[in-house]
Design a protein around this ligand. Structure first.
Ligand code: UT7
Length: 332
């Protein structure tokens, strides 16, 4: 069986930096509250005329440049997002078209697993590659959270930002690197605590839903926080036990960036020093499906990751969805 190996990474974040001061000037909050409760100091906002697919395209271009291959070598694209350009068609189709990738060779689709979207998409792409049916896949996590976050809700708007990251996943005969294992879960009982109330088939858009601000992300922060801490730690511990790993064996924990306190709790459970945890939440906030590939791309570009490094990638998000993945880094 072929191995599925990440062979290139890329990312894109918009230029517009929004500091905590921006919120201090607009609502009843402080830089101190935001920093101590979340670890976030700034996030990026995409311009009005930039959609999720546009950020995805830029991240993929950055990724392909690293590998130096032509876009037409890609067999399929999986786009993880909860802020698709449209309810349909899939954002993967729009990315294919905007990149000018060769039709009819390429195929693709979107995955909706909120903040776990990137690892759900990566696991899916891994299986498709391991099956031998495809050789090269793009997995892109992209979210324009400002499209669905209520700018008047101080409990959510301070957390989220816009951004995208992408990886190239390739079939390889080298079985010393690549994606080794994953544990993924869904728990739909989480619905009441994190969701968007209107705009779906349960409550189609109407004047009333707009007037009542029901097209924004709704989150019960504390409940989600507790579930995230437990689920990310449990999934991480499961995947480590299954693969006989201790904290000493792990070069990097790559956690979804939702809250610095959740990240620290996960690292503690793994008995991992915080300097072996990828953390950039202070600069970008929570970009949902974008957080993990943006981290991977930044750390790779800064030369901090070595070929063969053991990584644990972990996420938790709306659904609830959560999981952890064990991989060995395959970029030289
Ligand atoms: O990525 C997807 C999954 N999402 C997550 O993992 C997010 C998980 N949750 C969290 O990160 C945290 O729960 C939040 C950052 C959202 C909130 O932090 P918290 O420490 O759980 O605060 P809280 O919701 O318990 O609120 C404490 C107080 C409340 O006031 P009262 O009722 O005690 O008077 C809130 O109204 O803080 C208030 N509050 C704020 N105060 C200043 C809420 N937002 C703010 C704010 N500035 N921005």
């Amino acid at each position: 069986m072929k191995k599925a190996v990440i062979t290139a990474v890329g990312h894109y974040v918009p230029d517009n930096i929004i500091t905590n001061k921006y919120f201090e000037e607009r609502m009843d909050t402080t830089d101190e509250w935001i920093t101590t409760r979340t670890g976030i100091r700034e996030r990026r906002y995409a311009p009005d005329d930039m959609a999720t697919s546009d950020m995805g395209v830029r991240a993929i271009e950055d990724c392909l440049k690293m590998r130096g291959i032509d876009k037409d070598e890609i067999d399929f694209i999986i786009c993880a997002t909860v802020t698709p350009d449209h309810v349909f068609p899939a954002t993967a189709c729009l990315i294919q078209h905007k990149l000018g990738m060769k039709h009819p060779k390429i195929w693709g689709f979107d995955i909706s697993a909120a903040c776990s979207g990137f690892i759900f998409a990566l696991e899916t792409a891994r299986r498709l590659i391991e099956s031998g049916g495809s050789k090269k896949a793009i997995v892109v996590g992209a979210d324009k959270m400002t499209a669905i976050v209520d700018p008047l809700d101080r409990a959510t708007c301070i957390i989220f930002g816009d951004g995208a990251g992408a990886v190239l996943l390739e079939a390889s005969d080298d079985d010393t690197v690549g994606i080794i294992d994953s544990v993924l879960h869904v728990d739909g009982s989480g619905l009441p605590h994190l969701h968007m109330k209107a705009g779906g088939s349960v409550m189609p858009a109407s004047h009333e839903t707009v007037d009542q601000r029901l097209h924004y992300a709704y989150q019960e922060g504390q409940h989600v926080f507790k579930a995230a801490v437990k689920s990310m730690a449990d999934a991480t511990s499961d995947v480590m036990q299954r693969n006989n790993l201790t904290g000493n064996d792990v070069a990097w924990l790559v956690p979804h960036q939702a809250n610095l306190r959740i990240i620290e709790a996960t690292a503690n459970r793994m008995e991992l020093d915080i300097d072996r945890v990828m953390i950039n939440i202070q600069r970008y906030g929570n970009t949902t499906a974008g957080t993990i590939p943006i981290c991977l791309s930044e750390w790779q570009k800064e030369g901090k990751i070595k070929y063969g490094d053991n990584m644990i990638v972990a996420a938790f998000g709306g659904g609830f969805t959560y999981g952890a993945m064990f991989l060995k880094w395959g970029i030289k």
